[in-house]
Design a protein. Sequence first.
Length: 156
Amino acid sequence: MSETRKGITFSKETLKKMSEAKKGKKHSKETREKMSRLKKDKKGKKHSKETREKMSSLRKGKKHSKETLKKMSEVKKGDNNHFFGLSHTMKIKNIISKKNSKKVFEFKDGDKINEWDSLSKCALDNNINIGYLSKCITNNKKCKKRYFKYEKVGTN
């Protein structure tokens, strides 16, 4: 956009007229090549370390106001959310599940007597509420006269 038009906001009516005027028109081959070259020149450009540090130092200590945080939250709700109406495939769900699963071990008198691949399987097999079992493990308390502990499986 030219310097003389910078900062100008057009009305919806004017924008519609401008849009209609451009419909059906195509850029020349020369213009398309020029635009392509310009886009390729900018691709992969990165800020220098010095520039990144300057930008970082300018933002340090600054926090968004509650009002701004609320606005940012509202903007990403419902239809505006990038994932709205979409869902993960079963393959991705399984990957996420494996990453977040915890191996559960059962101890009695200090000896490991059993293990499960997940907290939910352990809770089901032992007829224990999953929330209660999780709390017992976290607080290192007995649950049905036994101790349970878990280790994270999906960590890299």
